[in-house]
Ligand binder design. Structure first.
Ligand code: TRP
Ligand code: SF4
Length: 327
């Protein structure tokens, strides 16, 4: 039986961090063997919030590609591409915008949330309201059967389903209605125990050097109740402990758990141990990254090749779409 097709994307807003790795990338990497995968960089979507500062976008695209390749997304298994290279996305976006009722967009929860959150930006634009319509075009262009996303993006896939149904209803059965494949959110938090995010300045990046990692880990907030070295700690609520569970061998958290509760081990020592294990665990990623950093031409080739492959599929879809819409 033919493999099912999945598609997902990321906006090129900056270097990827451990939250992205455990939230999305590790999952994408595993799915490569079971699905026909399309992964792309949504650079037009980056414009919806950052239209006044487009300078970093190109560099970010290159860096996200580096991050992708270094964690093991593979151009042999998946089609890795850049949204704006495939202009057909814009054409399909236009056609979908004709059939998408405004109330569907106005009641989109991420729309209201983001406007409230990013209050220093003027988001009263047509493009920002239409964000999910462009996302729908991205998805159905490749006739994806599934879309792996975190819970925050689930409303957009839901809208995509409605838009695909509406298109099929008007113009004929062209598009599969894609399933949401919910990705578990990462259990690890940022250095300050908030969600790990570049904009909170609390992230450990895949591209951080061992030295940077040691420095950041030493800054991590542990059990906030544990003020003094002699106070007992609670690993259940400690983010450093969560890192140990992910990056240290099994025995380490088993040993640390009682030692923390009895104040035998101090946070400084516990963090030092964790930092070294984290550094070791990320070594294969760093190694691959440094190879691709030395060979930027290979990264460009991979990108060109993915872009061409995606473009071919999109061209085919748009021929069907134009035929169906009769325009
Ligand atoms: N909106 C997604 C995000 O911010 C990025 C994205 C754009 C996307 N198009 C997509 C994700 C299509 C999945 C499918 O993370
Ligand atoms: Fe957290 Fe380790 Fe400190 Fe316990 S000893 S509070 S697990 S950092």
């Amino acid at each position: 039986m033919a493999k099912k097709r999945i598609l997902s994307g990321m906006r090129p807003t900056g270097p990827l961090h451990l939250g992205n790795l455990h939230g999305a990338l590790a999952n994408w990497k595993d799915m490569q063997d079971d699905y026909e995968c399309y992964f792309f960089i949504a650079d037009w979507h980056a414009l919806t919030t950052d239209y006044d500062s487009t300078e970093p976008i190109r560099g970010n695209i290159h860096n996200v590609f580096l991050d992708w390749l270094s964690v093991g997304l593979s151009p042999e298994k998946s089609t890795l591409f850049v949204q704006s290279y495939v202009k057909e996305h814009a054409e399909l976006f236009l056609l979908l915008s004709m059939i998408t009722p405004l109330p569907w967009l106005e009641r989109n929860p991420t729309y209201k949330e983001q406007i409230a959150q990013l209050e220093n930006r003027d988001l009263s634009t047509f493009g920002f309201l239409g964000y999910p319509v462009l996302q729908a075009a991205d998805i159905i262009m490749y006739k994806a059967n599934g879309v792996p996303v975190g819970i925050d993006q689930a409303p957009h896939v839901e809208l995509t389903r409605e838009i695909a149904r509406r298109f099929n209803h008007f113009y004929g059965d062209i598009f599969p209605v894609p399933e949401t494949i919910l990705t578990e959110t990462s259990k690890i938090l940022g250095l300050d125990r908030r969600k790990m995010s570049k904009s909170y300045n609390n992230a450990i990046f895949l591209s951080d050097s061992p030295k940077e990692i040691r420095k950041k880990v030493s800054r991590m907030i542990t059990d906030p109740q544990r003020a003094r070295r002699t106070d007992p700690g609670n690993p259940d609520i400690c983010n450093v402990f969560a890192f140990h569970q992910l990056y240290s061998d099994k025995k380490t958290p088993q040993r640390i758990d009682p030692e923390c509760r009895s104040a035998e081990i101090g946070c400084v020592e516990c963090k030092k141990l964790m930092a070294e294990n984290l550094i070791n665990a990320l070594e294969p990623i760093r190694e691959k990254r440094s190879y691709y950093e030395d060979h930027p031409e290979i990264v460009s080739e991979v990108m060109d090749d993915g872009n061409h492959r995606a473009h071919k599929v999109a061209r085919q879809t748009m021929e069907e779409v134009r035929e169906a819409v009769k325009i």
